[in-house]
Write a protein that binds this ligand. Structure first.
Ligand SMILES: Nc1nc2c(ncn2[C@@H]2O[C@H](COP(=O)(O)OP(=O)(O)OP(=O)(O)O)[C@@H](O)[C@H]2O)c(=O)[nH]1
Length: 853
């Protein structure tokens, strides 16, 4: 935003009233032009208020800084502004003591503020007075002069009263002598700086919305320096102090023009140029009363929008706020000096300090632990404080101590980020140490989890605590308890996760053990069916399960499980053992295997005698009865296999387990369904019948043997031929050539093989001969008939028919194997173990082949 000074200055430059007045005064001094002087005085007296009219004025803030409670009464009763609403204005004057402020106000507004007796040069205005301008709705505050002899170094009131004037007035007249322009303290720049600063802090939120006009009135202007130069000097000073302000957060970039507009004017010397003085004051007065005046000061943008009847509350609240503000309590120059120097010394010390600590930043941000961070931080801080102490301790002790504390706090807060970063890295390192050490400890056989976890956790916490204590500096309120709590929590969670893993590992091991313990005995029991079969299996299960429970209890102690957790684990283990048992039973009960077991049992009964030796059936033997007995006995075993009986003969109790959502104990007892039992019975009977037929055939084969007498007859009748054979070298050699290989084949048991090969060769030769013969007798048909049809049409080609028969048998055998396999899978065969079923199928085939042979 542009500073209003620019148009004002421009305007003033052109306005000869402003700039030519002193020049005119010097060109034509008033005392030399008596006629003009008299005329001017007359005009001034005509417009100036009568000194006899004493306007009521109020001591708004007394010299003890008490706010008057009569403002409301004055507004309504004395000044009759109660119903004025916003239709009134408020101005104040500010400046050094005895610079003619009251004189000026009385001239401008017809007020009757006290004016100093010219011979006394004593302070006249104490505190703040307020009065109404004559015949105008303007309230004017006459403020105690600054830099007063009476208050000495106590600048408290002047700061507060100046701030009060800035905050409440629409127009603040800054009164000064011309020779004060360009001086820092003389022109009240130090004071203005403080006022601006605190004004920003307290009321900076109204940026751009509410402005105050600062009207600089330069007194005793002799004219040697033009107003334009004076105003530039003042503006430059103001801009400079504005830049140097410590601005509140969010207002760092605010400009002076966001809060103030500026106007500059001069007044001639009152005593040396009385007429000119009167004329100029009247002109100045016009700016306050005539809204048409181009320099009219009460522009709407300066209004504080406080209705007249609420002014006492508003002004009272502002004064209250100012009084409670600590930033204004800056009493002496000594303090200011101390503050300034201490600040400088602290800043210089901080440059070195920052340089020393910046090396920690990178490693900490990268997650590394900085070695000896605590001592290093302490050393950097001590160096900075020592350097500050050396130079700053010479200044006002209170300020020095306060600044020292501030510096320490600032240094600590900068170091705190490293403290926090190092804590985080310590936390991470402690967690990773814990994880690695626990893993390594658990690799050792027989490690007790609970003990190892507690020990490792303690080590991790100790590591963290040692590191945290080492970086906690004295004279700080840094804490690591929160991080420690978080670390303990993280370690606890890690322990739980690791314990779960170890428990699962332990349980998997136990399951393997149980499976190993159950597999062989259960298989054996199932291979030897009988009424006590399930009893034996239950006893095996109970013992295995009890052993596993004992083992689990022993292991559970090392995990420091709660009673409830241990109970749940035992229950799960019992169930798991049962599931493993039923799986084994199901595995052994797939179609092929169960049939194999039944046939084994049947063979034992039917094909072996009471001594367990294989039976050779004689024609006189009764085959039917043993066959019937064996078959019935075996068929009775099928219902036995069908359902698990839970009676344990040792304890004479039925085993039972509690069912749950994913475990049905009753259902788990069922091994074979009704349908499967019937299918098994049919399959078994078919196989048993085949065995029976085989037995019958073996008797016929025995009966078909050559009788002994045929041998005797052969010897008797062939004796001559035998003698001829051995006596003739030709015959003998021929006999030996044929006889010896035949003897060898007989000895090696390969005679049958050679015989069957010979027969096959013979058969092929016959077939080929017949085909050749047929080709000769009947030439080939033009359209060939498929071989398979030829086979079924019964063309008499016995070789092909035999081949087709063989193929048919192969297909049936394959189909049988496939259906056996699919049934075994359908009946709950163990998934993922088809190879075993296939093995069993092959075994069964082998068994079948053996029977056929
Ligand atoms: N040289 C000079 N003296 C003036 C002028 N105006 C007033 N005085 C004299 O300066 C003296 C102080 O005048 P005041 O009006 O009491 O000054 P003030 O600034 O109100 O004084 P305090 O209220 O005590 O701060 C009086 O003797 C006035 O006559 C002026 O324009 N030039």
């Amino acid at each position: 935003m542009d500073i209003d000074i620019v148009p004002d200055i421009d305007h003033h430059t052109e306005d000869q009233d402003e700039y030519t007045a002193p020049t005119h005064a010097m060109d034509t001094p008033p005392h030399s032009d008596k006629a003009l002087g008299a005329g001017i005085r007359a005009a001034a007296e005509a417009t100036a208020p009568s000194s006899k009219e004493l306007l009521p004025r109020l001591h708004l803030i007394d010299d003890e800084k008490r706010f008057s409670d009569e403002l409301s009464t004055y507004i309504s009763d004395k000044w009759h502004l109660k119903n004025a609403g916003f239709n009134y204005n408020l101005a104040a004057i500010f400046g050094s003591q005895s610079t003619g402020k009251s004189t000026l106000l009385n001239r401008l507004f017809g007020t009757n503020f006290d004016v100093m007796n010219e011979t006394a040069r004593m302070q006249t205005t104490k505190g703040i007075w307020i009065s109404q301008g004559i015949d105008m709705k303007v309230l004017i505050m006459d403020v105690e002069g600054t830099d007063g002899r009476e208050r000495g170094e106590d600048q408290d009131f002047e700061r507060k009263s100046a701030l009060f004037s800035v905050a409440t007035s629409e127009v603040l007249i800054v009164n000064m002598w011309e020779h004060q322009v360009g001086l820092y303290n003389g022109a009240n720049m130090g004071l203005l700086k403080t006022v601006f600063e605190v004004n920003l802090q307290l009321f900076g939120g109204n940026r751009g919305k509410e402005k105050t006009l600062l009207l600089f009135v330069i007194r005793d202007h002799v004219g040697s320096t033009p107003l334009a130069n004076l105003s530039s000097t003042l503006m430059a000073d103001l801009e400079r102090i504005w830049i140097g302000l410590s601005k509140p957060e969010g207002l760092e970039d605010c400009k002076i023009s966001d809060y103030f507009d500026f106007m500059f004017t001069t007044l001639p010397h009152k005593l040396l140029q009385p007429e000119q003085f009167e004329i100029e004051t009247q002109k100045l007065r016009n700016r306050f009363i005539d809204s048409k005046d181009p320099n009219y000061v009460f522009q709407p943008q300066y209004s504080k929008r406080v209705p007249a009847d609420g002014l006492h509350v508003y002004a009272g609240a502002i004064w209250e706020k100012i009084m409670t503000n600590k930033d204004l309590d800056l009493p002496t120059q000594q303090e200011l000096l101390a503050q300034f120097r201490c600040e400088e010394i602290a800043n210089a010390a901080f440059v070195v300090f920052k340089d020393q600590i910046k090396e920690f930043r990178h490693p900490i941000e990268a997650g590394q632990l900085v070695e000896d961070l605590g001592p290093k931080m302490k050393q950097a801080r001590d160096v900075a404080i020592k350097s500050f102490d050396k130079d700053a301790s010479r200044y006002l002790p209170a300020v020095y101590q306060r600044k020292r504390t501030e510096m320490l706090t600032k240094a600590n807060s900068m170091l705190e980020s490293y403290f926090v970063g190092q804590l985080k890295n310590l936390h991470k390192k402690a967690v990773s140490n814990f994880a690695i050490q626990l893993q390594q400890a658990l690799k050792v056989e027989g490690t007790e989890f609970g003990k190892v976890a507690a020990k490792t956790k303690k080590e991790a916490v100790d590591f963290f605590l040692k590191g945290a204590k080492a970086i906690k500096l004295s004279e700080t309120d840094w804490e690591y308890e929160e991080e420690l709590y978080q670390l303990e929590h993280d370690l606890e969670e890690l322990t739980i996760v690791q314990r779960e893993k170890e428990l699962t590992k332990m349980l998997t091991g136990l399951e393997k053990l149980i499976k190993k313990e159950l597999d062989e005995p259960v298989k054996l029991a199932l291979d030897q069916p009988g009424p006590d079969m399930w009893g034996r299996i239950m006893t095996i299960y109970r013992r295995t399960s009890e052993d596993a429970e004992l083992l689990l209890k022993k292991k559970a102690r090392t995990f420091e499980l709660t009673e409830e957790e241990e109970k749940q684990l035992l229950l799960n283990l019992k169930r798991q053992s049962w599931v493993l048992l039923t799986m084994k039973v199901q595995e052994e009960s797939v179609d092929g295997l169960i049939l194999y077991k039944l046939l084994n049992r049947f063979e034992e009964k039917f094909q072996r005698d009471s001594h367990g030796l294989p039976r050779v059936w004689n024609p006189t033997d009764d085959i039917d009865t043993p066959f019937r007995n064996a078959r019935e006995e075996t068929v009775e075993l099928i219902p036995l296999y069908a359902k698990i009986s839970t009676l344990d003969p040792v304890t004479d109790t039925h085993l039972t387990l509690e069912s749950s959502d994913d475990f049905d104990f009753g259902q788990s007892l069922q091994v074979l369904s009704e349908t499967r039992q019937q299918e098994l019975t049919t399959q078994f009977k078919r196989k048993a019948d085949a065995s029976y037929v085989e037995a019958k055939r073996s008797i016929v084969a025995t009966q078909a043997k050559i009788p002994y007498w045929v041998g005797v007859a052969l010897i008797v009748l062939g004796w001559n031929e035998f003698v001829t054979l051995i006596t003739s070298p030709l015959y003998l050699s021929l006999t030996m050539m044929l006889g010896l290989p035949l003897g060898a084949l007989w000895y090696l048991g390969m005679l049958d093989l050679v015989q069957s090969m010979a027969w096959k060769a013979y058969g092929h030769a016959v077939v080929m001969g017949r085909e050749k013969l047929r080709d000769v007798v009947h030439p080939p048909e033009p359209v060939p008939v498929p071989a398979i049809q030829q086979g079924y049409t019964g063309s008499g080609r016995s070789g092909e028919f035999e081949d087709q028969q063989q193929q048919q048998q192969d297909r049936m055998s394959l189909h049988h194997r496939q259906s056996a396999r699919s049934l075994s899978q359908g009946a709950g065969g163990v998934p993922g173990r088809p190879s075993m079923d296939e093995d069993r199928g092959i075994e069964l085939d082998a068994f079948e082949n053996k029977k056929t042979l």
